[in-house]
Design a protein around this ligand. Structure first.
Ligand SMILES: CC(C)(COP(=O)(O)OP(=O)(O)OC[C@H]1O[C@@H](n2cnc3c(N)ncnc32)[C@H](O)[C@@H]1OP(=O)(O)O)[C@@H](O)C(=O)NCCC(=O)NCCS
Length: 143
């Protein structure tokens, strides 16, 4: 597995990967904006030349890093790659002075167990946060 910073030339491939692996839809330009605002906070994982994972974040006021997306293809889940991509983001956040990391995860999803396992606590609930009307749990931990 190779962990790399996302490059704008990879946009089409990234969009296809995310469309296949996430329920939420995003306009492609969003990813270029996220990348341009903080290039070090946008990582991908490649196996055999194919994108199999992605993680991106944004720097918030108040020394906070917000994880916007973290997703691994089903065939590479539970092999430590999610943890690795998250650690890359948090290391980049630390370099920019972040002291906390925050994110949203779908209520009752496996992702919540993953984040709990990595030391995140639930701090808030966002009703009807997702496009399908699902609620989100806000989770945080020190960076
Ligand atoms: C959630 C997700 C990002 C986790 O990534 P992953 O690569 O599968 O997880 P890792 O292998 O890095 O797991 C790291 C640790 O968390 C644990 N873990 C992972 N998934 C878990 C789960 N569902 N329940 C409990 N623990 C879990 C692992 O056992 C591992 O612990 P260990 O290192 O102590 O053995 C990934 O499964 C995924 O992309 N899921 C679908 C999309 C999604 O839900 N994204 C998050 C949206 S907010």
């Amino acid at each position: 597995m190779k962990y790399l910073l996302f490059q704008p030339e990879e946009l089409e491939e990234l969009v296809q990967f995310l469309a296949a692996n996430l329920d939420e839809g995003y306009k492609p330009e969003v990813f270029l904006k996220i990348q341009s605002q903080w290039p070090d906070g946008f990582a991908i994982a490649r196996r055999g030349g194919t994108i199999v994972g992605a993680a991106c974040g944004a720097l918030l006021p108040g020394e906070k890093l917000r994880v916007l997306i973290l997703v691994l293809a089903p065939e590479v889940q539970r092999q430590g790659h999610g943890r690795k991509l998250l650690e890359m983001l948090m290391a980049a956040g630390r370099k920019r002075g972040c002291s906390r990391v925050t994110l949203e995860a779908m209520v009752n999803s496996k992702a919540i167990e993953f984040y709990r396992h990595l030391g995140f606590s639930s701090v808030d609930l966002l009703p009807c946060y997702y496009q399908d009307g699902g609620d989100a749990v806000v989770m945080e931990r020190p960076v």
